[in-house]
Write a protein that binds this ligand. Structure first.
Ligand code: URA
Length: 448
């Protein structure tokens, strides 16, 4: 068997590793028989020399098999689905999409992540609901799927242990931004969920990891190819992440906007993403003949209340008291009788009459991050109540002195510099100028 130094040398010299060699590397990571320095060196060699498609597929397959691979009852065959997003600002799609898909007959074992830097995380949002437990074992996930059809949970200890090691070392060796390593990390976890179909929301724009559509497309195409190679029908959506998704940013505020959406009062951009991603999944499972019928069914589930009923059942199944879940899902909008409200709110007012031309999601997210809404290091706590409500949308007219943003904060008060950055997040044009909301979805990559 080739030694680890030989494998590192081979990759360092730009040669492709064989399936067996990749298996040796990943099993030594999983069994902890490799030294950390060797793993770091291999990661750097992969970062520098890249991998051909066959290597990436082998890497992903071996990572997937490093731990438990979930298995589902035969009766669910073809209907087990999930979504992955590369991360955005105000991205609450999962909270609406998972229950909408369940209402349309899918099984959704949604394994989500936490926020890091300026991007939010679904698990942090859900944990702003008192009692919501994101820690569920595989047996509990199966039970919740059987009774509700969807759950949103954190990665279990048993799932893809090799990724836990590699992900930590990628951080400390500056090898996070390697396409083969990103693909292996994302798709191995989805593979271990034994999905029938997967949809990826790959974002580009100023508040996204990738600033331009072409580089986002390169990642999206790779992810689609690798996931389809592993037997999951997979499509990707390339969506623009310049502004915020919806009007609310911050953990509990995003729960409120998700509940409003599930009550049929959601913003157009959020509904566009939910129906596009959901429509693709319904089409790929074969539950509907085409994407437009899929979109229609997802939209009906959201507008008609079937998705809200699923969300309520999911909350109860994941530990939320019946009364709490019932009150959050009732027609009343007094969410703060349940969710904690920040100590302070301050409104920013428009300096002049005009038309909103642009909202900069990145500026907004970075200020909220420093006020405690996000974390800089894995494991840090977040303040669920910190956030912002945009009170205007692109294209809307505003009068001088009208409130355009409401900031929610606690003990970390915004500095004058942060206030001026927040003010700069909204660009006003002269009265009479027009600007229409652009669709967020710019391109679809379908499975061959
Ligand atoms: N999400 C992951 O799980 N892994 C990556 O490498 C990037 C995003």
């Amino acid at each position: 068997m080739t030694s680890i130094p030989d494998l590192i040398r081979k990759k360092r010299d730009g040669e492709a590793l064989s399936d067996a060699e990749i298996k040796t590397f990943i099993s030594s990571v999983t069994n902890k028989t490799i030294q950390e320095s060797q793993t770091g060196a291999m990661l750097m060699a992969i970062w520098q020399k890249g991998m051909v498609d066959a290597e990436i597929e082998a890497l992903t397959r071996e990572m997937m098999s490093s731990g438990e691979v979930m298995s589902w009852p035969k009766a669910w065959a073809g209907r087990v689905v999930d979504k992955h997003s590369t991360g955005g600002v105000g991205d609450k799609v999962s909270l609406v999409l998972a229950p909408a898909l369940a209402a349309c007959g899918c099984m959704v074992p949604m394994i989500s992540g936490r926020g890091l830097a300026h991007t939010g995380g679904t698990l942090d949002k859900l944990e702003s609901i008192p009692g919501f437990n994101i820690h569920q074992s595989t047996a509990q996930i199966q039970e919740i799927l059987g009774s509700v059809g969807c759950c949103i949970v954190g990665q279990t200890e048993m799932l893809v242990p090799a990724d836990r090691v590699l992900y930590g070392l990628r951080d400390t060796t500056s090898t996070v931004d390697s396409l083969p390593l990103i693909a292996g990390s994302i798709i191995s976890k989805k593979g271990a969920e034994s999905l029938s179909a997967l949809v990826l929301d790959v974002k580009f724009g100023r508040a996204a990891l990738y600033k331009d559509q072409e580089s986002a497309k390169e990642l999206a195409q790779l992810l689609v190819n690798v996931a389809n190679g592993l037997g999951m029908r997979t499509a990707a959506v390339l969506s623009c992440m310049d502004a915020t998704i919806g009007r609310y940013v911050g953990n509990s505020l995003e729960v409120i906007e998700s509940l409003e959406t599930l009550k049929g009062r959601g913003p157009d951009d959020l509904m566009e993403l939910v129906t596009t991603l959901g429509g693709l999944l319904l089409m790929m499972t074969g539950l509907v003949p085409d994407q437009s019928e899929g979109r229609r069914q997802i939209s009906d589930a959201v507008i008609g209340g079937a998705a809200l009923a699923k969300f309520r059942a999911m909350m109860e199944a994941q530990g939320v008291a019946k009364e709490t879940a019932g009150r959050l899902c009732s027609a009343h909008t007094d969410y703060y009788s349940i969710l904690r409200k920040s100590e302070h709110q301050v409104e920013l007012r428009s300096p002049e009459d005009g038309v909103v031309l642009d909202v900069d999601g990145l500026v907004l997210a970075k200020v909220l991050h420093t006020l405690g809404a996000g974390r800089s290091k894995a494991g840090e706590p977040v303040n669920h109540s910190v956030g912002a409500e945009l009170l205007v949308s692109v294209g809307e007219k505003v009068e001088k002195g009208a409130s355009w943003l409401r900031l929610h904060y606690d003990d970390l008060a915004p500095t004058p510099d942060q206030m001026s950055r927040l003010r700069s997040a909204v660009t006003l044009g002269a009265r009479g100028e027009t600007r229409r909301r652009q669709n967020l979805v710019k391109e679809l990559l379908l499975p061959k």
